[in-house]
Write a protein that binds this ligand. Structure first.
Ligand code: SAH
Length: 401
């Protein structure tokens, strides 16, 4: 007979277990009866209700508002290699939906959305890029890497623990590190049959913005034989899809990052497109749009996919102002009847906020706006129903009259 699994215990205040029973995975420090000083930062913990009953098991960090993140509600389940193998297998099963001939870039593990708080794993044609965002996950790192290697058969695994957000958990910001196999400087991936170069070592985030896959595909129906302006283009994700729709389509890609635009040009060539028939501009989008408006430039399709303007509640109202300004400028360079794709990846800015921003921009430019499609992310970024905060991306296609 095996011994029951047990970890140090923390007790909740009365009734604080209810949200966990509904599937939420966070416990704020205020919900605990007392801070469990006896547990090391990042250590595993059993959470008990005020009546002493087992509720869940997770990891603890005394230095953050979210004191405990839950890993399992099964008291028989130890947090060991078997646990990680099981979670990786479950995540893989969901991604079987992708035809590898068509799509070889997808998120394999979307943190709380896949039941693994503090962990992001992106898959690029057999290479995994891992980001560890919490102290608790950091302590479990080697179990995790072993499970990923064994269950996925990945050719290489790269740890990209270079995000500044790690400081919030008092974690070091590290240099990228290959922890298994060989990780090339560049990977060629497919997305809906379109080819892209990914730089897993130095590219932004883990190298590519896979969360826009379905929005890029949706763009196709609006881009045929049109003048398309792709703002915040990065390596040209939307641009390549648009340009491939028709030889008559002309795409202008704008980004502040010169290396990103250099790779955007390469991505055009990789798909048999001549980059010289399109425009690539290194510029601040706000400056570019203001100038384009003064010049009277007009486009049929405008894409606005900025970086997160707000990373915390405190930054929200400033961010809303920036989204308002950006969307107003975007509408001002749109041909009557043109299509605007506007996005926000700020977690604290909700869909209603973005709709409000659009309404204000529409009022400012005094043009009618029809909402056509409203999107979040696709199946490889699952949203935990009990935690709306596991969804962050909002994208709206609309027609501006
Ligand atoms: N749409 C892209 C992802 C955009 S990520 C895709 O589908 O891959 C945001 C991009 O905005 C980054 O490439 C970053 O370099 C760029 N960026 C950030 N601030 C900017 C600014 N003020 N002007 C222009 N580009 C900016």
């Amino acid at each position: 007979m095996s011994l029951p699994v047990q970890y140090p215990t923390a007790s909740l205040k009365p009734r604080r277990e209810e949200s966990l029973q509904g599937g939420h995975l966070w416990i704020f420090s205020g919900a605990l009866q007392q801070p469990p000083h006896w547990i090391e930062p990042g250590g595993l913990v059993d959470v008990k209700a005020a009546n002493g009953q087992f509720v869940a098991r997770g990891y603890y960090n005394p230095q953050t508002d979210i004191a405990i993140r839950i890993l399992t509600r099964d008291r028989e389940e130890a947090i060991d290699e078997v646990f990680f193998r099981d979670r990786v297998r479950r995540a893989l099963a969901l991604r079987q939906a992708f035809d590898p001939e068509q799509t070889s870039a997808y998120r394999l593990i979307h943190s709380e959305g896949d039941g693994l708080p503090g962990l992001i794993v992106d898959h690029y044609a057999g290479i995994l890029v891992v980001q560890v965002h919490t102290r608790g996950m950091e302590r479990l790192r080697s179990l995790l890497i072993d499970a990923l290697r064994d269950e996925t058969g990945a050719r290489g695994i790269l740890l990209r623990n270079d995000s500044q957000s790690r400081r919030r958990e008092s974690l070091e910001v590290e240099e990228p590190l290959a922890v298994s196999g060989d990780v090339p400087e560049r990977i060629i991936v497919r997305e809906n049959g379109v080819r892209f170069l990914v730089d897993p070592w130095q590219g932004q985030k883990t190298g590519f913005f896979i969360d826009q896959r379905d929005k890029r595909a949706a763009l196709r129906q609006y881009a045929r034989d049109k003048r398309v302006l792709n703002c915040f283009s990065y390596t040209g994700g939307f641009s390549v899809y648009a340009a491939l729709t028709d030889p008559g389509t002309r795409v202008t890609s704008v980004d502040v990052s010169a290396p990103a635009l250099e790779m955007a040009r390469e991505n055009f060539s990789l798909n048999g497109l001549d980059p010289d028939r399109h425009e690539f501009l290194i510029a601040d989008v706000f400056d570019y749009l203001a100038q384009a408006r003064r010049d009277g430039a007009l486009f049929d399709v405008v894409i606005l996919d900025p970086p997160a303007f707000a990373r915390s509640q405190g930054a929200r109202s400033q961010a809303l102002k920036a989204y308002r300004r950006l969307n107003t400028l975007g509408m001002q360079v749109l041909q009557p009847g043109g299509i605007l794709l506007t996005c926000s990846c700020s977690g604290v800015v909700h869909l209603d906020d973005l709709l409000g921003v659009l309404a204000q921009a529409a009022q400012h430019v005094q043009r009618p706006v029809q909402l056509l499609e409203t999107c979040t992310h696709s199946l490889d970024h699952p949203i935990n129903l009990a935690m709306p905060e596991t969804g962050y991306l909002k994208a709206i296609f609309c027609r501006v009259g």
